[in-house]
Write a protein that binds this ligand. Structure first.
Ligand code: HEC
Length: 280
């Protein structure tokens, strides 16, 4: 990485940090733990699971017309890695893991998902080719996946296959554990019936954006504020087909793997929820 790239990244981080500091909702107190290099991690793990394993998954980041190729990766079981770096306490229900990537992308995943589904933190492709995925949809260079990439056992779960890659963060550098985001996403004054929509926002939007200051650093705009500039039709058009509104945009279309009617229903539900959030 050249000096300019470093400077740019730092200043972007500084801006993001300022936004976090100024947000009404206090940032999580938890300290992010940097993941060690694979070899060091292997030594740190329980000797019985310290050997890297090969896993086959359907790769959601290579989804094309609703189909995903099978890709084989090398890595460690995620629950073993999490226990090694965070201690046993990470499994307590009602908590949320935060995976942070090199570029500010954040993925927050409830611990319950790790008890319901198997996951691995992988660091290489089994066939020895470059640890990356193509980026042909956006016309850019391939996307590197390292140092770590979180993959899920999705080969037998149609529901997991449909949800796309939002809970498959790559370029993971650190992880921490904290209270569930529901406290920030469901403030006093919003009907509890919107909890499903808050969860949809967490899964589909908050890896890049924020709600009431809570979310990712990749494109840290507050959806509860920007939604005010949209009517329902314009909102759905943007969220469902961003490139039709702004060709070449880096904003991904919502849940591409789902049927159109379901995508439209999610976009509508997000709109209603965001409009229902009390002003800050
Ligand atoms: C992978 C990151 C990413 C995810 C996930 C994402 N967005 Fe975006 N979003 C962007 C980027 C990048 C832009 C800036 C787009 C541009 O200006 O071309 C953006 C812009 C926006 C804007 C502002 C458009 C404007 O300028 O008026 C809205 C509203 C928005 N996103 C809503 C959403 C919603 C709702 C979701 C979840 C369904 C979502 N985004 C998911 C990356 C993302």
């Amino acid at each position: 990485m050249n000096a300019r790239a470093v400077t740019v990244r730092r200043s972007a981080r500084a801006v993001a940090a300022a936004i976090v500091m100024s947000s009404a909702w206090a940032a999580m107190p938890a300290l992010a733990v940097e993941l060690p290099k694979p070899a060091a991690l292997s030594r740190q793990l329980d000797p019985r699971i310290g050997q890297a394993v090969t896993v086959a998954v359907l790769e959601p980041h290579l989804m094309h017309e609703g189909r995903m190729p099978e890709v084989r990766y090398v890595g460690f079981p995620a629950d073993a890695v999490l226990t090694a770096v965070l201690g046993d306490g990470w499994r307590a229900p009602g908590q949320e893991l935060t995976f942070r990537a090199l570029d500010g992308f954040i993925s927050r995943i409830p611990v319950e998902r790790f008890t319901q589904h198997r996951a691995w933190l992988v660091h290489a492709r089994a066939d020895g080719t470059a640890f990356q995925v193509d980026n042909d949809k956006k016309g850019g260079p391939p996307v590197p996946l390292g140092p770590f990439y979180l993959v899920w056992d999705n080969r037998t779960s149609k529901a997991m296959q449909a949800e796309g890659g939002m809970q498959w963060p790559y370029q993971i550098v650190s992880v921490d554990i904290g209270p569930s985001s529901m406290r920030a996403l469901m403030p006093a004054g919003v009907a509890t019936t919107y909890a499903d929509a808050a969860e949809l926002a967490r899964v589909h939007c908050l890896s890049c954006h924020r709600i009431r200051g809570y979310g990712g650093d990749k494109m840290p705009l507050d959806l509860d504020v920007v939604v005010k500039g949209y009517d329902a039709a314009a909102w759905k058009r943007w969220v469902l087909t961003p490139t039709a509104v702004r060709p070449g945009t880096a904003m991904p279309p919502l849940a591409e793997g789902l049927p159109e009617a379901e995508r439209a229903a999610i976009a509508q539900r997000l709109y209603e929820y965001l409009r229902a959030l009390p002003a800050r």
